[in-house]
Design a binder for this molecule. Sequence first.
Ligand code: ASC
Length: 152
Amino acid sequence: MTNRSLLAALAVAAAAVSMPAAAQFQKPEDAVKYRQSAMFVMANHFGRIGAMVQGRAPYDAATATANAEVVATMSRLPFVGFVEGTASTEKGKASAAIWTKRADFDAGAKKMQDEVAKLLAAAKTNNLDNIKAAFGEVGKSCKGCHDDYRNQ
Ligand code: ASC
């Protein structure tokens, strides 16, 4: 990438971060795709740690930490995608309750991000038992919102 195109890309990224949530997406479906994509990547890397936690993959400290880094980064991304007007009644999709109880939903998101930060800290101790404990708490924090805000 040239310096000029890098600067242009950075300017776009900076503008996106400071723009109101809805304005970051050209259409509502893009917001849905964005949040689903972020959660898909997060779940994939969380699952790689899960494989080590559950003994389906050998524990490797550096790999666990690298995956936890990705999970931590991804954990910050989905929520900007929960724009008004993107609720669904379909099973497994975002329920309208997100927007009627937004403060509770946001608190759940924050809880998950906090638990993910602890998982990353645990990964950095290079101790699988620490990772196991933190992994379980992250899982609970995912499930909490999925139970309440994803159509059953
Ligand atoms: C995952 C994943 C979730 C959570 C949840 C934990 O790996 O994709 O949504 O864990 O199932 O209960």
